[in-house]
Design a protein around this ligand. Structure first.
Ligand code: ATP
Length: 585
């Protein structure tokens, strides 16, 4: 229960509902337990009438009274049970809601490294499946426990008062029932976890095959994919069958044990009645009802124990993430002014997970309003520089300053608000084009959206769609071409009008003519802003105030287009190669 202590703050938050729920539960049980006692009374009345000890009028009056009591108690008990569920089960839903939000907020705070170390499926599972299991503890398990305790205490008081020896015999099989249900529940849980694993394997497989359907079709491997699916589906079915086999034992075991208890009541009760130890045959009827009323709650003891164990395991997994301290934290609460004066001083950086030393003593500076272009072979560290400016990672050595202030001493929210970042792999949400652009500025007007799209040279494409800016993009924006996606992503950064614009090879999928137009627009828009353009093309870099060329994490060339094309090296070679490619087209 150590891990589940995390939920105590929520129990405290909803204590009023829980107290009302618990009281309602106890009172409901008291009312529901009226039935067996009045059944006994009815049978005793019938016996008295049979023995002529009461008149027909008295018999009728007593019978009517008992029946009315039973109906009344059942109605009140039913209403109270409804309120019991409305309070305790609702609380579990509130806790589920709070916990999901808490986890989601924590996920948002954690840095990129966390996302690389953990698989998306696992992150999703903890916020859905695990929270679901914890909810079972906070709701049903709690409700059934209160219910069982209340029912047991009230029923046992009534039963002992009525026939102590018979009571002992009646409750004898119940602990056995509880243990059996516990064992069954554990086995069911074990097997259903395996079933769940297979279900998620199946859904991952299908999802991937649908996303990659064009590759599957192009390579003509549909039969192979279908075979793989079938193998997985057969394994999944076998696991389901094995689960169903254990589940099938649940109700027969219950019926068997209820039957055994009923037999005991009838046998022992019958003997006691014959020996004159109990007055009325009604007591036997009363006890049979008690047995049937107590069986389910007793079974739930086993069930609840297994729920609590599952919840404990799930909460442990949740706590593992909740306790993680974000690697990148905002330690500055007051607002800091962000300008576009950026300087890298002997910066080195190694990725924790791969141990790749991506940057080795990088130094450069760029003034507000200037454009810097970064070129270099693939894997040379270009994107890493952009990530470090957004402080997605903290550096190992050296310093990064913005306006002469260490990046760590800047308010992280201010820093990220001042950056418009266009990633290499444009990610668009399954939403309208308009909202995807507005992602950069939530309260942007229609005109601003159109203006940004025009500057990104994508407006003409968008208006050709039937629904224009309201066109909904499919998963990862599959309705757009690669170049269109990149341009929507550029519009998203432009609309934000940030101090610093970071473009990570985001013009790779557009033709050189469109690239030229976009760069011209960016040039106009980025007055007073600092832009960093990562590219493999000289055409993207030639107008920059400064160009740096990276190789294996180090700067190998630095200068303007003019100086670099006149210096032997990577840039000049690239320039000559790209010029000859263009002229040969
Ligand atoms: N998130 C990461 N985790 C671990 N290693 C990484 C990560 N991102 C990049 N690397 C490694 O760091 C090195 C520099 O990568 P980076 O993405 O900065 O290069 P790049 O110059 O932008 O390449 P490209 O032109 O192909 O985009 C590479 O060796 C790469 O494998």
């Amino acid at each position: 229960m150590k891990e589940l202590k995390h939920l105590n703050k929520y129990f405290l938050k909803y204590k009023t509902y829980l107290i009302i729920g618990s009281i309602t539960t106890v009172v409901a049980r008291i009312f529901l337990l009226f039935t067996p006692r009045y059944v006994k009374k009815i049978i005793a009345t019938v016996e008295q009438y049979r023995d002529n000890t009461i008149t027909q009028t008295v018999f009728k009056a007593q019978l009517t009274e008992a029946i009315l009591y039973i109906i009344g108690a059942a109605i009140i008990g039913g209403i109270l049970t409804f309120f019991m569920r409305q309070t305790i089960i609702n609380v579990s839903r509130y806790i589920e809601f709070d916990l999901k939000n808490e986890i989601y907020e924590q996920y948002q705070k954690l840095s990129l490294n966390f996302y690389k170390q953990n698989r998306t499926g696992d992150l999703m599972n903890r916020i859905t499946e695990d929270v679901g299991r914890v909810r079972m503890y906070a709701g049903p398990a709690l409700m059934y426990s209160i219910n069982t305790i209340a029912l047991f205490v009230v029923a046992l008081i009534y039963m002992f008062k009525e026939a102590p020896k018979l009571t002992l015999y009646t409750i004898l099989p119940l602990p056995i029932l509880s243990v059996i249900i516990y064992k069954l529940s554990k086995e069911i849980h074990k097997r259903s976890t395996i079933v769940q694993e297979y279900l998620s394997k199946l859904s991952t497989f299908t999802q991937e095959s649908f996303s990659g359907i064009s590759v599957i079709k192009a390579y003509g491997i549909e039969p192979q994919t279908a075979n793989n699916f079938e193998t997985l589906a057969i394994e999944s079915k076998d696991k389901q069958v094995s689960l169903a086999r254990v589940q099938a034992w649940f109700f027969p075991m219950m019926i068997l044990l209820i039957g055994a208890s009923n037999l005991l009541v009838i046998y022992i009760g019958g003997m006691q009645y014959i020996n004159g130890e109990i007055e009325s045959i009604g007591t036997i009827a009363e006890f049979i009802i008690y047995v049937n009323m107590l069986t389910w709650p007793v079974a739930t003891v086993g069930w609840v124990t297994s729920i609590v164990q599952q919840a404990e395991a799930s909460q442990k997994r949740i706590n593992e993430f909740l306790k993680l301290e974000p690697e990148i934290k905002n330690t500055v609460t007051e607002n800091t002014k962000i300008t576009g004066n950026i300087a890298f001083n002997n910066v080195s950086f190694t990725y924790d997970d791969t141990n790749i030393n991506a940057l080795k003593g990088i130094s450069f500076s760029i003034k507000e309003g200037e454009t810097l272009a970064i070129l270099g072979k693939t894997g040379s560290g270009k994107s890493t520089i952009l990530d470090l400016i957004g402080r997605l990672y903290d550096i190992d050595n050296g310093s990064i300053t913005i306006n002469n202030q260490e990046i760590k001493n800047l308010n992280l929210n201010n820093l990220r608000d001042s950056i418009g970042y266009v990633p290499q792999d444009a990610f668009l949400f399954s939403d309208s084009i308009k909202n995807n652009i507005k992602f950069g500025k939530e309260n942007a007007t229609e005109e601003e959206v159109i203006e940004a799209a025009k500057n990104a040279q994508v407006h003409k494409n968008i208006i050709k769609f039937n629904n224009g800016y309201n066109t909904i993009l499919g998963e990862r924006g599959i309705t757009l071409s690669g170049g269109q996606k990149q341009r929507v992503s550029i519009a998203r950064a432009i609309i934000k009008a940030p101090k610093i614009l970071l473009f990570d090879d985001c013009l790779s999928a557009v033709d050189t003519e469109t690239e030229e137009k976009i760069l011209k627009n960016l040039n106009k828009l980025s007055k007073g802003k600092t832009s960093i353009i990562v590219s493999h093309r000289v055409s993207s870099a030639k107008n920059a105030h400064k160009i740096i060329v990276l190789d294996d994490g180090k700067i190998i060339q630095e200068g303007t287009h003019e100086t670099l094309i006149n210096t032997d090296g990577y840039y000049k070679d690239l320039y000559l190669k790209q010029i000859s490619e263009t002229s040969s087209k």
